[in-house]
Design a protein around this ligand. Structure first.
Ligand SMILES: [Zn+2]
Length: 204
């Protein structure tokens, strides 16, 4: 089992996601990991959209197995002032992921419904890339809508330890929900164990 969303090299392999533009070189040369190029919504204010669009096309062309991310929307009070810029950057990431046929890792805080609308619109226009929703913590009704769009989900120890975890995750089909460590590589073993317990609880 690989780590489906992390910012640190993992002995198990997985998707190593950029946070800032300065990360790309390092993650591209990390052995055993699938690099994902992008700029995290927390750093939207520092990004130049035109430069990001150009760089993404260039780096994805030169790295045919790379993914895109971390991108997404964060409407929490701390980050909501940059939401307009976040949306512009999100569409640049989504467009690049679609054109290059790559998976995109999406972060959503107080924004799952808006993300769903954006992805639905892209499906309608036939410009929807493959999507992974990281740190997924939405209700199952919302998960079902994302599942219809082909989305994958990844969850870490924080999500799996939530009192609503069984309700949120047990009905997501096999092959669509995966473990992640995000910024906590030390949580790997417990994350995999907890996800396994949740799955076994479903089948036993
Ligand atoms: Zn992350």
């Amino acid at each position: 089992m690989k780590d489906y969303h992390t910012h640190h090299p993992s002995p198990n392999g997985g998707y190593l996601c950029a946070v800032t533009r300065a990360d790309w070189e390092r993650i591209a040369s990390t052995p055993g990991m699938t690099p994902c190029f992008g700029i995290h919504p927390w750093h939207a204010a520092d990004a130049d959209p035109a430069e990001l669009a150009f760089d993404l096309d260039d780096w994805l062309t030169r790295h045919p197995h790379a993914g895109v991310g971390e991108s997404g929307l964060d409407a929490s009070p701390k980050h909501s002032s940059t939401l307009e810029t976040q949306r512009i950057l999100l569409h640049i990431h989504l467009g690049a992921a679609f054109r290059h046929d790559r998976i995109i890792h999406l972060h959503g805080v107080r924004a799952w419904s808006e993300l769903l609308d954006i992805l639905r619109e892209r499906e309608h226009n036939r410009t929807l890339p493959r999507v992974l929703l990281h740190a997924w913590n939405g209700p199952h009704e919302l998960a079902r809508e994302f599942l219809r769009l082909g989305a994958l989900f990844s969850v870490g120890l924080r999500e799996l330890s939530h009192s609503a975890a069984a309700e949120r995750y047990a009905r997501i089909p096999e092959g669509r929900l995966f473990p992640e460590t995000d910024d906590h590589p030390e949580n790997w073993a417990r994350t995999v164990a907890l996800l396994g317990l949740l799955r076994n609880g479903l089948t036993s």
